[in-house]
Design a protein. Sequence first.
Lengths: 265, 307
Amino acid sequence: MKRGLFLPIVSFIGFLFLYIPIVSLVIFSFNKSKLVTVWGGWSTKWYGELLNDPQILGAAWISLKIGVVSATLATVLGTIAAMVLTRFGRVRGRGLLTGMVTAPLVMPEVITGLSLLLLFVAMEAAFGWPAGRGMLTIIIAHTTFCMAYVAVVVQSRLVDMDDSIEEAASDLGAKPMRVFFDITLPMIAPALISGWLLSFTLSLDDLVIASFVSGPGASTLPMVIFSKVRLGVTPEINALATLIVAVVAIGITISWFFMRKQVKK
Amino acid sequence: MTALQASTPWRKTASLLARLGLTGRMLVIAVPMLWLLVFFLVPFLVVLKISVAEPMIARPPYSPLFVDGSIQATLGNYAYLWEDSLYINAYWSSIKIAFFSTVLALLIGYPMSYYIARSPELKRSLLLLLIVLPFWTSFLLRVYAWIGILKTKGVLNAMLMKIGLINEPLIIMQTDIAVYIGIVYTYLPFMILPLYANLVKLDDSLLEASADLGARPISTFFRITIPLSMPGIVAGSMLVFIPAIGEFVIPALLGGPDTLMIGKVLWTEFFSNRDWPVASAVAIAMLVLLVIPVMLLRLAQSKGAET
């Protein structure tokens, strides 16, 4: 019987390990006292302070804008890369493209960040673009590393997909562009959505690359959080974390029910 | 009508491009190719160039490569990395921390993946969701949560002291232990997902056959289950080990001043010391000594999987 209990107990402890930090963030966001271990009673005052903090709100807005633009660009570019790698057969430079699509996935963030910053500095010195660093340079950096993730997600979908429908369409005289937009795109749409969401989260979450390529005036949310958190525990940040957890939990629950419905159909 | 009108200049451009030997197909290939060339490959050449420059008080803070038509390159920055023990220690310490974190994640992740894979279907999808869920919330905030738990006056010490297990608070924050906890915590889902994907395909009849032939469960596990799940173990370990090596946020927030990790060293070199050439040399050394071996390993692995 000992063996029968081992797995559930270890798994239970494992799940506790994964969730205790999140639960403690949520609980202490309602703590009246500023000290983490002292329970000063329930309070929502940190939420009030969070919503009146122009620095955090401004950074959140910048991060959202960067996230939406880079996730969209990354989805477009990543999908094209995935199409080239799966549907174009043997083209010149295929090996190079494969390497450049997979390398960002294993590249340490500090290297990606440093190399892009040095590129931007060199480009500015050589032909004056991009002038200074800020949102534009962060968007370019995020698009570059996110497109690799999109390419992987879309590529695996394209490989699994039956390509006879695409063949049938082109046999019936549809031009390649038409085949792509009428047949392929609707079929890989779920992969595009998950690729977009993945890119959006990665962009919203990135501290290291953004810190390197950002300039004065463009502080993203993780950059502001990091500078606050370095000085110690801030209940305001707990409140922010709780809001993020709530949004994610609601989103995931909805999509889960949605997916289960589709599976049942 | 508008579609027709719009298509005329479009068709003209297309035929012009075709005459130049450029087809639509090539344009499609060129888009991601150029983007990655400019924003992924070229940056490394820039880093390589700056790594052989001298630091200078200027904007940008390094000496130019070409001066009056001759090349001004120095290997001084690399020699400095070799001579100053900080960099070699940081390199070894990163490998050590990444390695032991991977082993710990495997020891926790394997039973969990096995348990999930053997659960009934509804429970399985729910547990998988619980594994993936933390990934969608901010990584930075989840690491930050550990500060509140692990610090001297934190949740863990308060609880342990309340139940009387310890009298003095444990010093965990700002030590390597906190860094291990942070890395295992962050990358555990990356270990579990490939392991699960592998274990869920495990054929029960093989385990039954082994039991029928008289093998005890423990020897079935080591002689059947583990060898069959090897691809999952390798994939999961890579997904933990690779990002752990270059990790910056976890050692910066949870580690102490003497926690040495190469990602943190590069960050400090760049942001605090403002020495761009040395930071570039660290990046190139890291690339050659860590990233390229890992990429070759992955390549060999995927080639092995194909045959």
